[in-house]
Design a protein around this ligand. Sequence first.
Ligand code: SIN
Ligand code: MN
Length: 284
Amino acid sequence: MSALLADVAELKAAYDRQGWCRIPVRLDTDSVEHLRRRIDLLCEQDRPDVVREKESGAVRGIHGCHAYDDLCAALVRHPLLLGLAEELVGGPVYAYQFKVNLKQAREGAAWPWHQDFAFWHEEDGMPQDRAVNIAVPLDDVHAGNGPLVLIPGTHRLGLLDLPQREEQGERERGDWRSHVSADLAYTISGGRAEQLGRELGRQTLLGPAGTVHAFHPSIVHASSNNSSADRRALLLITYNAVDNAPARPTRPTFLVSRDTEAITPEADPRLGVEVPAVGATAGP
Ligand code: SIN
Ligand code: MN
């Protein structure tokens, strides 16, 4: 584990209790700039994994680019991120998903309340929620550009509001586009999210570009439209335990990696980290 994360046991305890934690180390400015430029270039490509907003046609997200882009692949192997994921999951991991959700200024559409594990379990057959999302914004995230909002503690409630199989149309079930659009296939009802938020509170993930948060596959979360003048690009790596890989996934490989071998850490000089000045990080 990186020497920069001296209190990893404390982070794990916070993660287990709340379903999320903030890491007291972030990607430095040059690394973020490098990644931002690379993602911008990849988004110009005409690829099935570059997903667009239904209304505006603006790029909403790019998926699975760690499989073909060297910088994204290097980020997945970053000793800090990988070591953190191994600690939080409790063993060797592989990259199940890699995506960047680009909430374009004034155009980026919401993500309704949902649990990621609903998609991974129901669609891919991931056995258990022994995975972790590592979230790194490539733009500064503020209250106005559609930050991620989590309901702490909901990772312990199991899967909520799953549709009955017979109610679920074939169109939705087989169509991966309803897993990456604003019309998600598996959502938590507004009433339930409201009630859970009242009982358990809400946590908004804010911070400068490069900030690192971890959140649990079963935590209830959402984010609103970006009505501001600032883009909000959020890079998300999902690391899954190697012994928790789905047996026969059918979704495209850019949504579900078929390479389930344990990743080994490798430092890359293009991807540095820094410890923010005291006072710049809120505790988990
Ligand atoms: C978002 O990009 O705001 C949503 C991310 C997620 O649901 O994992
Ligand atoms: Mn999600």
